[in-house]
Design a binder for this molecule. Sequence first.
Ligand SMILES: [Zn+2]
Length: 388
Amino acid sequence: MESDLYAKEPHRANLVARLPGTGDGPSLLLLSHTDTVVADPAEWQVDPWSGELRDGEVWGRGALDMKSQVAANAVTIASLAREGFRPAGELIFVAAADEEVGQGFGLPWLCEEHPDAVRADYALNEGAGERIELLGRPFYICSSAEKMSSPFRLLVHGRAGHASMPGIADNALAKAAPLIEKLAAYRPEPELGPETDALIQTVAGRSLEPGEALELAREVDPGIAEMLEPLLSLTLSPTMISASERRNVVPSSCEVIVDCRLLPGQTQADAEPLIRGVLGEGDYELEWIEGRGGTRSALETPLWSALEGFVAEIEPDAALIPICVAGFTDSHWLREAFGTVAYGFFPMRTMDAQLAARLVHSADERIAVADVELAVRCFREVARRVCG
Ligand SMILES: [Zn+2]
């Protein structure tokens, strides 16, 4: 197979391999990242870099996030090439170097510096794929949208003074407290996007108002309601605070950092008046720290149909449901740069979805071999259907 290394730094190279198309069919990119978060061997039952095979599972850092998908993607494209499969549209394999930390060696750099290497009509990436049961019926989750990470800083002003005479000062820390309480208590009006609307329609069998859907979810299973609620609005979580560095000095300013996630399509300009409305008038400044992600892909696409077909084949009772995930993945770079339809899907039915969620970025990360095999089967079929 034709393959190339692209590196901003020689020791952080990205691998791109391609199976050229014979016609002008749509292209499909199988996307993954090869870096992982760190691991502390003292917390693990096995050497985190051993890749040990134990009771039908591969153990090691990155087993779930996401060397399993790197491997399944590689086997998919290599096995199709070996069998002489010649797609109408190009099939592309990308193992990107840098997703977890995001220092600019990976996919954003490829999109910027080597767009021809990674431009594609469709892409399959990490983000979802697990099997869950809702109302007694099995579903496989596909992530088609991501919320925007949009943290902000609240700088509360006061006047410094000696802490032994609080009356002469204006304590910025104390003034921050009611603002934090307001942010934490805020429950935004729930609203439906295309993903949440399709999700509710598939699970409930009909359209529901967002408030009605939340109420129903709470009755059926509080866990489902917890999962659904952040998909229906922006979220605000005050997480960090700093003020005086001396015990005996009343702080003249207090900084509060708020983790904020916006709905896909929602902008900081939309959100700011809402947040200022929650806080009310006061002696503070609000400053956005960054805005990353917040993209979505359409649902009625050949890639969606291909995944739907696969799910129906492996489990006729099951349905594919779209979800908007709270974190962002490399998918948003492709959506932003090329308008790629990108989904997160790695089918998983042997390992329990809740266990898998707990093991990602944690000790004893592992994956069932049967799930890796299922992914290869899925990706081979999807490649055949989409690239033709
Ligand atoms: Zn990952």
